[in-house]
Design a protein around this ligand. Structure first.
Ligand code: NDP
Length: 338
């Protein structure tokens, strides 16, 4: 059983060498009487929140740190080989928390979702049909309280979550602008995902000016994925009674000292609501996401771009690539195609 082992707690930027890919000789089998599952992992999801799990965490209600010396855990798509749980049988497909290894024992199958619709690419269950889709759905429709015709700005807009928020907002009838870190990503935003406008934040050091150009009348909704300087510039450009959904702050995850934001007074002056959210709180809405998005995929109204890395041995590089913007779209690792 090939595994990706977490070596030890990390400070600063994570490196490939913080993980080690090695063969485990331990035989994996479902213990007698267990109500768990033995699964074969097919696709693994690389997610920015995994960086927070590389530090020693003690946050009630949040996920645990990775355990030094043990396999990394995270979202994935897997096939059930043996089941001790009434919800699953041999051969079923599921998405949920699994291990970064070829085969895993899942001890809490009740937290996994059975995959019922297999006429779409299975890897989508690491993205738009999984946790990421739920974050985009709940963050936009529930936290942002959108109205048709409003102006929406999304940072890290070509990524796993951002590309979906932009498409949801466009289909809902909003004016949508995104920022991303390369020309290729900006082209995707405008030409593939149908954003009204987009800019490369690495080439526009004056973020305030870029936002004023894209939103001469201001921003109603900001879907926050990056934090830091971008959040500060957005605060200067929010409209009265705007909403900011704090989904993530990826620019801050590897810093010892967080930067800003400094322009918080704007929240008061413009009566803006800024709200953080965790996707885990919204999983009861998963059937609603599927109901909305499955037909949209089939009708071609929603597209999804994935960045696929083949092989567990390449998973550490894929994960740390999120923090340099190496990924174009949702970063997926293929462990096995069947
Ligand atoms: P992405 O697919 O967008 O990948 C990360 C991207 O972030 C990179 O490609 C890069 O894009 C950008 N980035 C990396 N470092 C920086 C930096 N220093 N400054 C600005 N941008 C940077 O990731 P996801 O879509 O999966 O996640 C997006 C955000 O949503 C993350 O902050 C994540 O933590 C959060 N999240 C929160 C959830 C919740 O429950 N609240 C659930 C899921 C995700 P570029 O080239 O454009 O810079």
């Amino acid at each position: 059983n090939m595994q990706v082992i977490f070596r030890d707690y990390v400070s600063g930027f994570p490196k490939e060498t913080d993980m080690e890919v090695r063969e485990s000789t331990m035989k994996l089998r479902l213990p007698a009487g267990s109500n768990g599952l033995l699964v074969k992992n097919l696709f693994l999801s690389c997610d920015p929140y995994m960086r927070t799990r590389m530090a020693k965490l003690d946050i009630p209600g949040y996920v645990d740190s990775f355990k030094p010396g043990s396999a990394i855990t995270g979202y994935g798509v897997a096939r059930v080989l043996e089941s001790g749980h009434p919800n699953f049988k041999k051969g079923d497909l599921l998405w949920g928390f699994t291990g970064w290894e070829e085969y895993s024992l899942i001890t809490a199958p009740e937290a996994c979702f059975k995959i019922e619709h297999t006429d779409v690419p299975l890897s989508y269950y690491t993205g738009l049909l999984g946790m990421v889709g739920m974050a985009a759905y709940a963050g936009f429709f529930k936290v942002c309280s959108p109205k048709k015709g409003e102006t929406v700005f999304i940072s890290a807009a070509s990524g796993a979550v951002g590309q979906l928020v932009g498409q949801f907002a466009k289909l809902f009838g909003c004016y949508v602008v995104g920022s991303a870190g390369s020309k290729e990503k900006v082209d995707l935003l405008k030409n593939k995902f149908g954003f009204n406008d987009a800019f490369n934040y690495k080439e526009e050091p004056d973020l305030d000016a870029a936002l004023k150009r894209c939103f001469p009348e201001g921003i109603d909704i900001y879907f926050e994925n990056v934090g830091g300087k971008m959040l500060d510039a957005v605060l200067l450009n929010m409209k009265i009674r705007g909403r900011i959904a704090l989904c993530g702050l990826i620019s801050q995850y590897n810093l010892e000292q967080p930067e800003g934001p400094y322009n918080l007074m704007n929240l008061i002056l413009k009566q803006v609501r800024m709200e953080g959210f965790l996707v885990f709180d919204y999983y009861h809405l998963y059937p609603k996401l599927l109901e909305m998005v499955l037909p949209q995929i089939k009708e071609g109204k929603i597209v999804y771009v994935e960045d696929t890395t083949e092989g567990l041995e390449n998973a550490p590089a894929a994960l740390i690539g999120l923090f340099s913007g190496r990924n174009v779209g949702k970063q997926v690792v293929v462990v096995s195609h069947e």
